[in-house]
Design a protein around this ligand. Structure first.
Ligand SMILES: [Fe+2]
Length: 481
């Protein structure tokens, strides 16, 4: 986006300060630049932009409610035919992950990092910093932790002593295939003692909104159309609410500009044993036809972004490409409907938003004790800390062997949107807002079998001006009349 704004400003022979550029990110920049051009402005700062907006109150409202989004296609696998399934593809996938994450770690501190090959030449007791990918992890007879890590130059063993309690606790959470930084002391040319562990992690980067008026991003997911357990009345209430049918929350609804649907829009066919008996629509095309009907009822001035989930009829393996035209031909004709992959990045009024359905999080639930399915933000935080949506390759989720690792979180998001476990959650990690969608499907037998209670029909509204989140509960409304 920045380069587009700068290019446009250049055509008007205008020079922007950094503040001005940031502020224009959240507005219809062409509109504002044209206004400044009329005033013969050459050097433009933040205050000049605010003045334009202030003087033109009514028009500002229109500007703010204009769609201002960008899909960062380089991070979306849709329309990229990369996989040949060869050994080289697997190699590239891991190498890409190592390169991206090691670069993030190395820019976090000014320390000089050594490669593993260089480390092996150092003498005993020398201090060394390196970045490695965890190849193996086990507990020794003495109950210390033993890691084998590698980088493109070789592999080496690292011991974490159980005596070093804080470090030991942190090291226990390092997973296979994680890329982490180690501060070590050399014991021998093949063995190091760890003194500190560094995850790639997220920076503190508080996003300032430049919006003058309220503007809402609505988040939902896991609709599961076609299931007998699909809560159709409640979903219809949501669609009616967006259309102000009963005038409820009309002032807020007027300010909704974006809707994100984070996957599992239908229940699918053959996703799990005996699913056929639990379907009200046992035909995949009919399920999507019904989904299209609902989407076409949403007012056209709202931009809708739809990712697939593990129940949708695209490939099951991550990264998932967007739903295809043969499934939803009518939606492909709509300008306000955007079919994106999972994961994907969309920038809404300057807020970089990472959207991922979330199936790979099951690997985290099974290995990290503090991650709970009834609080999915706990798992999302672990992925943000590792800057990796699938920290351990293929753990509970399939990963297509392609040369670029789309599950690495290359850019720190301002907002993370997830779904999958049918439980809503909101919290913050560093300065990133985490929103995990609830579901429109009541409790399945499978969920009952392990005591998981989903949260139903709760829609998140994220105000892009105030960065405040609130929930509109359609389930409660239906039950309480
Ligand atoms: Fe689901």
């Amino acid at each position: 986006m920045d380069s587009k704004i700068l290019e446009y400003a250049k055509t008007k022979k205008m020079i922007l300060t950094e503040d001005a550029l940031r502020c224009l990110n959240s507005h219809n920049y062409e509109y504002v630049i044209n206004k400044l051009y009329e005033k013969n402005k050459i050097f433009v700062n933040n205050e000049d932009i605010k003045e334009i907006i202030k003087k033109d109150e009514e028009k500002t409202t229109v500007v703010d409610l204009d769609a201002n989004y960008e899909i960062l296609e380089k991070y979306d696998v849709t329309n990229k035919n990369l996989s040949q399934g060869k050994v080289e593809d697997f190699h590239s996938l891991f190498l890409h992950k190592y390169e991206v994450l090691s670069k993030i770690i190395k820019t976090r501190s000014k320390t000089t990092y050594h490669t593993i090959a260089e480390t092996q030449k150092l003498s005993r007791n020398k201090e060394v910093d390196l970045v490695g990918m965890v190849l193996d992890k086990r507990t020794t007879k003495n109950e210390n932790l033993f890691f084998v890590v590698d980088d493109p130059t070789g592999k080496i063993n690292i011991i974490v002593s159980k005596q070093d309690e804080d470090l030991f606790k942190e090291a226990k959470e390092v997973l296979l295939d994680n890329v982490v930084g180690f501060k070590c002391v050399v014991l021998s040319n093949n063995m190091l003692i760890a003194k500190e562990i560094l995850f790639p992690d997220m920076p503190y980067n508080k996003k300032e909104s430049c919006l003058k008026n309220d503007k809402y991003l609505v988040v939902l997911g896991d609709i599961h159309i076609g299931s007998k357990l699909f809560l159709e009345k409640e979903f219809m209430n949501f669609i009616d609410w967006l259309n102000k049918k009963n005038n409820e929350d009309a002032e807020i609804v007027d300010k909704i500009k974006y809707v994100v649907i984070a996957g599992d829009v239908v229940d699918g066919i053959g996703i799990y044993p005996q699913q056929y008996d639990e379907l009200s629509i046992p035909n995949i095309f009919e399920q999507y036809k019904k989904f299209e009907d609902y989407m076409l009822m949403i007012p056209k001035h709202i931009e809708i972004f739809i990712t697939p989930g593990n129940h949708d009829a695209v490939r099951r393996a991550d990264p998932q490409p967007a739903l295809t035209e043969n499934l939803i031909p009518r939606l492909y004709k709509e300008k306000n409907i955007h079919l994106v992959g999972s994961p994907t990045y969309v920038v809404f009024d300057g807020f970089k938003t990472l959207i991922y359905h979330g199936y790979a999080m099951h690997g985290i639930y099974s290995t990290i004790k503090t991650a709970k399915m009834n609080a999915p933000d706990t798992a999302i935080k672990e992925t943000l800390k590792r800057r990796d949506l699938m920290p351990s390759y293929g753990d509970r989720q399939i990963f297509a062997p392609i040369e670029k690792n789309f599950l690495v979180i290359e850019e720190p998001p301002d907002i993370f949107i997830g779904a999958d476990v049918h439980h809503h959650a909101y919290s913050k990690y560093k300065d990133c807002h985490i929103l995990n969608a609830s579901t429109w499907q009541s409790t399945t037998k499978f969920q009952e079998s392990f005591g998981h209670v989903p949260t139903l029909c709760k829609v998140f509204l994220f105000n892009l001006k105030t960065q405040k989140t609130f929930i509109k509960d359609f389930y409660k409304k239906e039950k309480n009349g």
